[in-house]
Structure formats: structure tokens, C-alpha cells
Design a protein around this ligand. Structure first.
Ligand SMILES: C[S@@+](CC[C@H](N)C(=O)[O-])C[C@H]1O[C@@H](n2cnc3c(N)ncnc32)[C@H](O)[C@@H]1O
Length: 274
């Protein structure tokens, strides 16, 4: 990755709740990734997913993607993702889940987290230097509310991940609105998480069209929405795209395991048929 962190800017911007280069990274997903990663096609060679908390690429590998590339607007997402891979390679399942719980819990100082030092030493040098330099700043979105245990990998999932993941994933630092310009490969699966919930709808069509050029026959683009209303706007743009591309089909599934009525998981699957 061709990127030199700007420490001074990071000190200011890691406190910014709006997503940007240094916005705090999520420690753990708030999505039902098992539901959306079920759409990883069989024999998936290349996948592209948002880095987010690192859970998206991990679950994507778990559901069969051989090579996973990641992207995110935030460099901190790359840090948490690399931390999880380092942890996976040196910890057993119970150590890993305790480690993630401590990392999530804002009342536990980073320096008191068991095994934190061992993990930092395993990181690529840029991420190691960056995390050490900014250890007093909120580069990670740590919380005081309890963690949803359902999103942690089970023992079986963890064992599978350990077999499959040895090295950090490729990472592209980019705003999704410019992702089309940054890609050099074709993909069987692209997962956009709930990023469009935070993007102006003006960009929906442009981003999806630029990604469609990068999808192989039989490949899929999965987009997830939380906030009701955004998905209805997306519907309008997708209907237009489908009308003009007869080798693509669109399916929408709503899963609602969230306690808030308006906070639904709308999963769109855009599939290239040939
Ligand atoms: C939208 S957030 C929400 C959390 C997500 N539901 C999860 O389970 O992790 C997911 C990731 O998207 C990234 N993101 C937000 N806006 C973005 C944008 N315009 N381009 C690229 N990545 C973006 C954030 O930095 C964050 O890491």
C-alpha cells in the first residue's frame, strides 16, 4: 500500500464520527455476516470486501473465497484487520475471543490487554509504528455497551480461519466513490457492507456501474442496508441499471434480527448471469 500516515491529522480526525482516512475503526461487525457471505458463489477465486472491523474479509474467506482483497476509506480499518490476522495466528479460540472482548471494552486500557504486545510485534512495520504512536487516540471505536457474542467466530469457524488465513489481506485505501479507478482485477464476489447508508444516493449508480465492469460471469455484488428508506432509493437506481443490462439480475432479501423496527438488514444481490 502506497500510503504514509499523517500522525498529526490522525490525532484530530480519529475523533471524527464521520468516516474518513483516520476515523475510528469498528472492533467487531454489527451485521449478520453469515447471512450475506452465504452469497459467496461456489468456486469463488477473487473477492473484494470492505475491510471495516476485519470481520468482513475473515467471514468471506470462511465462506469459500480463495483470494480476498479489501478496501476502506479508513486506514484504521487496515490496522484492526491486521491485528485480527496476527491474533488468529498466535492465539487459540478462547484467547482470541477474550482479546476481542478486551479490545472492544473501553474500560480496559490498550496497554493492559493481554497479548497486545505480542500481536503488535507481528504487524507490518507501518501499522506497528502507527498504532504505537497513536495509542492515546481513539483509532479504534471502543465501547461501554456489551458486545454481541453472536458475531464472534465459533470454535469451528475459528479453526477453519486458522487453516486458511496466514498473511494480511491486500488493502486499497479509497473512498467507495472512487473505487472503480483503483481496481486492477476481476472479481467473483464484491461485498459493500452498509456503506451506502452513509453515502449520498447521488453516487449509487456510478459506483455500482463501475464495479459491474469488474465482475466475472456468475459473479455477484452484495450491498447491505440498515436504514429503511435508503434501500428504497437504491431500488430506483437498481431498477434502471437492470433495465439496461439484460445479463444481470437483482434479488433483495430482508433479514430482521435487530431489535429496532427501522433498523433492518436489506441485502441486495446483483448477479451477472453471463
Ligand atoms: C459503513 S461502516 C459500518 C460498520 C459495518 N456495518 C460493520 O459491520 O463493520 C463499515 C466500514 O465502511 C467504511 N466506510 C464508510 N464510508 C466509506 C466510504 N465512503 N468509502 C469506503 N469505505 C467507507 C468505514 O470506514 C468502516 O470501516
Amino acid at each position: 500500500m502506497d500510503f504514509i500516515p499523517d500522525y498529526e491529522l490522525a490525532k484530530k480526525e480519529s475523533r471524527d464520527p464521520i468516516f474518513g482516512t483516520y476515523s475510528s475503526a469498528y472492533i467487531i461487525t454489527n451485521e449478520d455476516l453469515r447471512a450475506s457471505m452465504n452469497f459467496v458463489p461456489k468456486n469463488c477465486e477473487n473477492a473484494l470486501v470492505v475491510a471495516a472491523s476485519g470481520d468482513h474479509p475473515l467471514f468471506c474467506s470462511l465462506y469459500g473465497a480463495k483470494n480476498v482483497d479489501t478496501f476502506d476509506i479508513s486506514y484504521n480499518a487496515k490496522c484492526i484487520m491486521d491485528i485480527k490476522i496476527a491474533a488468529l495466528n498466535i492465539m487459540n479460540h478462547s484467547e482470541y475471543t477474550s482479546f476481542i472482548k478486551d479490545l472492544y471494552d473501553i474500560s480496559v486500557p490498550l496497554t493492559r490487554i493481554k497479548n497486545m504486545d505480542n500481536i503488535l510485534y507481528k504487524l507490518p512495520k507501518t501499522e506497528y509504528d502507527y498504532i504505537n504512536a497513536l495509542s492515546d487516540y481513539p483509532i479504534f471505536y471502543r465501547r461501554s455497551i456489551s458486545l454481541n457474542h453472536a458475531v464472534l467466530p465459533t470454535q469451528f469457524e475459528y479453526n477453519e480461519l486458522r487453516k486458511r488465513i496466514k498473511l494480511p489481506y491486500n488493502f486499497i485505501l479509497t473512498n467507495i466513490c472512487k473505487i472503480g479507478e483503483k481496481l486492477t482485477k476481476s472479481y467473483d464476489f464484491i461485498h459493500l457492507s452498509n456503506i451506502f447508508d452513509y453515502t449520498r444516493s447521488f453516487y449509487y449508480e456510478h459506483v455500482v456501474l463501475s464495479l459491474m465492469e469488474r465482475v466475472r460471469p456468475g459473479g455477484r455484488i452484495v450491498t447491505q442496508f440498515f436504514a429503511e428508506g435508503n434501500d428504497q432509493i437504491f431500488d430506483v437506481y437498481m431498477a434502471k441499471i437492470i433495465k439496461n443490462h439484460n445479463n444481470w439480475i437483482l434479488n433483495k432479501t430482508i433479514i430482521n434480527n435487530n431489535k429496532f423496527e427501522y433498523f433492518k438488514n436489506g441485502i441486495y444481490v446483483l448477479e451477472r448471469t453471463r
